[in-house]
Design a protein around this ligand. Structure first.
Ligand code: FES
Ligand SMILES: [Fe+2]
Length: 431
């Protein structure tokens, strides 16, 4: 298999650093600048290796703590790439635990509801019962006709689970080689303490695509495409014909194996006179359309040193990409998360969850409706394009792609991915 990233090239493929007006995100992240192999996007063999080397060894986002509001609350997360149904529970002491949702009798999936609250979970095949807080096997109907069953060893099989800033992660290694804190590394410390708000309600947009999971992740990893792919929806607010024609990020950095970019916001933006609904709901002082109580909370986000780290006044949002398949994005109006779940080398399930305030007025409701429909418009432009790229890459016409500096996050992901594919030890993949 060829290397994901070739050596640094000189001459025609890269602009020497002294010719770049601003900082160079790519070189500052320690990355090479040459063309990049497209095999990771189109190879079924690469995909099978990714399953084993990346998804079965990395810490994976599974849910938010608010999904477990009280003790004995649970939810089930299907993680297809690891061929797993995961039951996540909360004990009386507030401990979050994860288990394979698989019966010790003959392997049936135990819990069928996606979420709820239960002191015991009963497998419907033969009614074996498990404790809601610790997965212990509580009861076996007609136990006397089994042969030497040891109930203590027949509880639900645990999965490593830990929580960072309210985000629940799981790891499918029996004994994870690294802790969640080690996995998150500098990202975990830099982004600690950000105030999360509007956690109770969400707009959820979900879709299945005929494209590799990385193509969908890449669609949200660079703003270079904003003026061309989103000329009517995003470009007026996130680019400027003279000041920032190509929506160049304000910053873009690697944080260990994870990464972020800060997006430019056009300070002159006001809704077009023809945009009657947007004009009605637009709130200038929060810089966003969510409104509500966002103004006060927004200060806490904006003042955090990790957010918009150069503190550029023309800031609109930060996109963070936690390796391998999870984004947390921050703006003054609130935050949202993306999950990019691989199904096959050319199939992806994508979920966008936008955390929104409870509506306080009719105007506010209208604002949220507008916000949701604008989001849907934008992401439709992004993700339908991914299927076209998949076709293009699978045609075999091109073996490499060329990335510019604003596409650093894509290059960094492929570089990190390459390390995970090659490293026999996770600790080496984190270096
Ligand atoms: S398979 Fe679960 S009780 Fe039989
Ligand atoms: Fe986009």
């Amino acid at each position: 298999m060829s290397a994901v990233i070739d050596k640094v090239e000189t001459g025609t493929s890269g602009t020497p650093r002294h010719q770049m007006a601003e900082e160079c995100f790519t070189l500052d992240a320690g990355l090479p600048t040459g063309p990049v192999s497209v095999e990771p996007y189109r190879s079924p063999e690469f995909f099978e290796r990714e399953r084993e080397r990346v998804f079965k060894r990395a810490w994976l986002f599974a849910g938010r703590i608010e999904q477990l509001p009280e003790h004995d609350s649970y939810f089930v997360k299907e993680i297809l790439i690891c061929k797993a149904s995961v039951l996540i529970t909360r004990s009386k002491e507030g401990k979050v635990q994860a288990f394979h949702n698989v019966c010790s009798h003959r392997g049936n999936l135990v819990v069928n509801k996606p979420c709820g609250r239960a002191e015991r979970h009963v497998c419907r095949y033969h009614n074996w019962a498990y404790g809601g807080k610790d997965g212990a096997l509580l009861g076996i109907p007609d136990q006397k006709h089994f042969f030497d069953v040891d109930k203590k060893s027949l509880g639900l099989t645990p999965i490593a689970c830990d929580v960072w800033e309210g985000f629940i992660f799981v790891n499918f290694q029996k004994q994870p080689e690294v802790t969640l804190a080690e996995f998150l590394g500098p990202f975990g410390t830099t982004y600690a303490g950000i105030p999360y708000f509007n956690l109770d309600e969400t707009i959820v947009i979900q879709a299945d695509f005929k494209a590799n999971w990385k193509l969908i992740a890449d669609a949200f990893a660079e703003p270079y495409h904003v003026p061309s792919l989103h000329p009517a929806t995003l470009a007026p607010g996130f680019a400027h014909p003279e000041d920032n024609r190509y929506a160049r990020p304000l910053s873009a950095r690697a944080h260990g194996i994870h990464r972020h970019f800060s997006a430019y916001g056009n300070p002159h933006y006001v809704p077009a006179p023809t945009s009657k609904v947007e004009s009605l709901v637009y709130i200038q002082d929060t810089g966003g359309v969510l409104g509500g109580d966002a103004s006060e909370n927004a200060q806490g986000v904006m003042n955090h040193p990790a957010i918009n780290p150069t503190k550029n006044p023309n800031w609109s949002a930060d996109v963070t990409w936690i390796f391998p398949n999870f984004n947390i994005d921050y703006s003054t109006g609130g935050f949202w998360i993306h999950e990019f779940w691989p199904v096959a080398y050319n199939r992806t399930q994508w979920t966008l969850r936008i955390f929104i305030p409870k509506t306080a007025s009719i105007r506010h409701r209208l604002q949220l409706e507008h916000y949701a429909s604008r989001w849907a418009e934008v992401v439709l432009e992004d993700v339908t394009n991914c299927e076209r790229i998949q076709l293009g890459l699978e045609s075999g016409a091109k073996d490499h792609m060329v990335l510019q500096d604003a596409e650093m996050l894509i290059r960094h992901n492929l570089w990190v991915l390459d390390k995970w594919m090659k490293a026999d030890k996770v600790a080496d993949a984190l270096k």
